[in-house]
Design a protein around this ligand. Structure first.
Ligand code: NOJ
Length: 556
């Protein structure tokens, strides 16, 4: 992998909620332009924009109706061109979200496809005949709830949608459809875009025959990914995409790969048959799943989180490392303590995540320790998944308050509320009422406040990013877990020849004793970073860690 990619620090922007400059309550491209110096100052060198294409926004832009147009709510193509130019001036790469598993039902391709069984676009989507009783071809469910099939009278057939009804799945078996997508990718790359995050890419190869599937997690339908995750022709398609498109440009490609094992993941980043640079996997996001799957009010166990992360570190030559993004609750609320130890735990979590081997991904707002939101009622949510899940849980017989509590705990809206820039009206995000509720804590947690404080979470991220981009051991060092059974501490080394970096993070809100294993008691090691200013300077045999204390030692 190229050096710039290895040194990449990805900053994910959720445009709707980043910065609004035209006073409509929705973030826009000009807002991103305005805040580029903020991202530069943080030290991130790759920006990933979630979808900004034309879209009816049923799933906040992951439902694209025109791949080569900018959604006017975000601005114009000129704004986008200017954004690329300014990113490049600042030596920041710009990565777009490529949603090619499905489109919006408003896309011209779908509008044509649904008209008949014999037009140019007929086989651009996945159509199947009903069962003999007229019901859906299989019991497959959609990721957002309900059946994954929808009937269309004109064709007398059902189409597949692994996500919302208004997000029909594309048929990758159609050579013409694939070529149309490759042309679209080149359109953006020719403009100077530096790569793609490929949405749901593990799902693009579908089975020929859709049989009924086993039903898990107390659900009413079979899991949406059943039969489609890592399907038979997936790698053929990705190799073709690489040959036709990516190999012709100097780009970074990150595949979002739900329901993929480490063994399957290796295939995507296999250098002999090039496909993608790295994958974005989810296994560690499952550590607090419950009876109904993702939506639960369970708290994770450190051992589960650590086992999962370590498994991936040990299995792949390169990972993407993250604890939060626009599809997850806020990381400090989920894995740390968003109350008494918010600052300490946010820093420790950043440290543990960003110093693992691979590309760190920071989601907007995590660098100032933004937290989950105290949503008061269902109608404050915007995410389609929140509504469908609430309805599902209530139908399952859960008390309404409990159903709401579970949705509040895990809703994706927790991380989608506006960026908190200052303590003024609407947190400095917009002059108008924002499209989604602002977190009430913006008077205390905001960028202005943060930038005034030398000891802030933001400045801790800056230091971490320096370590991660400048120290070779942090980039190429081998990853080794230590004290695998410790119930409170996650610790590991990164080793490159004689160089040893030791990363220790306590996940406890109490004081804990941590014994440094014999083989890594390197006396030359000095503290290079910690989230308490009086953490030990030198590596001793035993360390007493305070709540969420995190320390990095280095012998260089
Ligand atoms: C993953 C995206 O990150 C998520 O936000 C979206 O809802 C689904 N893919 C469907 O595109």
């Amino acid at each position: 992998m190229n050096d710039w990619k290895k040194r990449g620090i990805i900053y994910e922007i959720y445009p709707q909620s980043f910065k609004d400059t035209n006073g409509d309550g929705i973030g826009d491209l000009k807002g991103i332009i305005e805040k580029l110096p903020y991202i530069k100052k943080l030290g991130a060198n790759i920006v990933w924009l979630t979808p900004i294409y034309q879209s009816p926004l049923i799933d906040n832009g992951y439902d694209i109706s025109d791949y080569t147009k900018i959604n006017p709510i975000y601005g114009t193509m000129d704004d986008f061109n200017r954004l690329i130019e300014l990113c490049h001036e600042k030596e920041i790469k710009l990565v777009m979200d490529l949603v090619v598993n499905h489109t919006s039902d408003q896309a011209k391709w779908f509008q044509e496809s649904k008209k008949s069984r014999n037009n140019k676009y007929s086989d651009y989507y996945i159509w199947r005949d009903p069962k003999s009783d007229g019901s859906a071809p299989s019991n497959l469910g959609s990721a957002f709830g309900g059946s994954a099939w929808e009937y269309v009278k004109e064709r007398g057939q059902y189409y597949l949608h692994l996500f919302a009804k208004k997000q029909p799945d594309l048929n990758w078996e159609s050579t013409e459809m694939r070529q149309s997508l490759y042309d679209m990718m080149k359109f953006w790359l020719d403009k100077g875009v530096d790569g793609f995050r490929l949405d749901s890419i593990s799902l693009i190869s579908k089975p020929n025959v859709f049989d009924d599937v086993p039903i898990e997690d107390n659900k009413n339908y079979g899991a949406y990914y059943y039969g489609s995750s890592n399907g038979t022709s997936l790698h053929e398609y990705l190799q073709e995409m690489n040959r036709e498109v990516f190999s012709k440009y100097d780009v970074i490609t990150i595949g979002e790969t739900p329901h993929t094992t480490p063994k399957q993941a290796q295939k995507y980043i296999n250098l002999e048959k090039p496909e993608l640079d790295m994958v974005l996997q989810f296994e560690h996001m499952h550590v607090d799943y419950g009876e109904y799957g993702r939506y639960s009010d369970l708290r994770f166990k450190l051992s589960d989180l650590r086992n999962s992360l370590v498994k991936w570190q040990n299995s792949l030559t390169w990972n993407t490392n993250y604890l939060g993004n626009h599809d997850q609750p806020r990381l400090v609320s989920r894995f740390g303590d968003d109350d008494k130890y918010r600052i300490e735990s946010a820093k420790m979590l950043a440290m543990i995540t960003m110093l693992q081997k691979g590309t760190p991904m920071i989601f907007q707002g995590d660098e100032i320790g933004m937290t989950n939101v105290a949503f008061e009622s269902l109608n404050q949510f915007k995410d389609i998944e929140a509504y469908n899940t609430y309805e599902f849980l209530v139908k399952k017989g859960l008390n309404k308050d409990i159903a709401l509590k579970i949705v509040k705990n895990k809703s994706r809206d927790n991380s989608r509320t506006p960026m908190q820039w200052n303590n003024e009206k609407n947190a400095g995000f917009s002059t108008a009422n924002p499209w989604i509720k602002i977190n009430n804590n913006y008077d205390k947690i905001n960028v202005n406040e943060t930038l005034r404080d030398e000891d802030s979470i933001y400045s801790f991220y800056q230091k971490l990013i320096k370590i991660r981009t400048k120290l070779k051991v942090a980039i190429d060092g081998d990853f080794n877990l230590i004290s695998a059974d410790d119930s409170s501490v996650f610790a590991y080394t990164r080793i490159l020849k004689d160089r040893q970096m030791l990363v220790i993070g306590s996940f406890s809100n109490k004081k804990v004793k941590f014994e440094i294993p014999n083989n890594i008691r390197n006396k030359e090691s000095k503290r290079i970073l910690s989230n308490y200013d009086d953490s030990p300077q030198n590596l001793s045999d035993i360390i007493y860690l305070r709540p969420y204390e995190g320390i990095v030692f280095d012998n260089g």
